[in-house]
Ligand binder design. Sequence first.
Ligand SMILES: [Zn+2]
Length: 337
Amino acid sequence: MTATLRPLLRCALIFITAHAIASERYPHMPQIAPIGERIAKYNEIPESARGPAINSDKGYRLQELGDGLYMITDNIYQSMFLVYDHGVVVVDAPPNYAKHISRAIAEVTNNPVTHVIYSHSHLDHIGGITALGGQPAIIAHEETAKLLVRAADPKRPLPTITFKDSYVLTVDGKKLDLSYHGDAHEPGNIFINAKAQKVLMVVDIIFPGWMPWRRFAVAHDVPGHFEQVELIRKLPWVTLVSGHVARTGTHADVDLQSEFNRDIKAAAAKALATTKPGETLNPADGGNPWAGYDDYIDRVALQCVNSITPKWSPRLAAFDVYVWDQCYAMEQSLRID
Ligand SMILES: [Zn+2]
């Protein structure tokens, strides 16, 4: 071998060795791609998770919920508005379809928007509010107000009315009961209860027919998220507006999510209890506790995924997209919360 070829060969060998280590998999890996790995095709979406099609010319779908209350959706996001004698109350304005909200309202009334309610502070649910125009009163929880002061985002004007535990908005005899039940998805995320219409709106907790968005919908507090699923389950509504997916929710949807939560919690707890830390760690990494935990937690998540997949993969849309995220979030919550 010539002297010039030798360093090249060494580089190639180092590359091949590094590549081989990086792509080595744990035993018993499921077919479901772990985080960071591409998959050719995700599972098909079951019929139970689909909603009515949206009118592609309009870009949204309007659903009457009774007594002046409507849901608007683009089949990814959901918001509401309530029409009363002298005006309209809008609950959330996702930027996804905010430009259509005024048109959707104009389908049923010429009344002006007098009030806006923020379900919570997140940009993806309220960041389209300025598209409504006018100077509506804005109602939100006091924790939401704090987060919005910090965000200083012109797309999310500060609330003009805040509350701590509950607030009843009465407009010409129509009512929306707002209440706060603590941290779960994020501080300030409220329940909006239209009792006369038997409609409950709670955003980013329940995903009718679907796997929750990754890490229990990026729950700020995972035990709080689990508790709110149970609270929503107990309340006497008929239609749930959950802020996401293509259709409204039923009690059967919430029961299903509650059962999933119980199963994944039990699976992650068992995996934590039966997995040995450090068992498959390269001894050369013995002085690296981060690597030791990574090896342990990867195997815990793997056992959790394998254990819940047979039952849940056919029952929740996009189970395969986020099951790894849920198992990582669950094991972490069980270890530290
Ligand atoms: Zn959110």
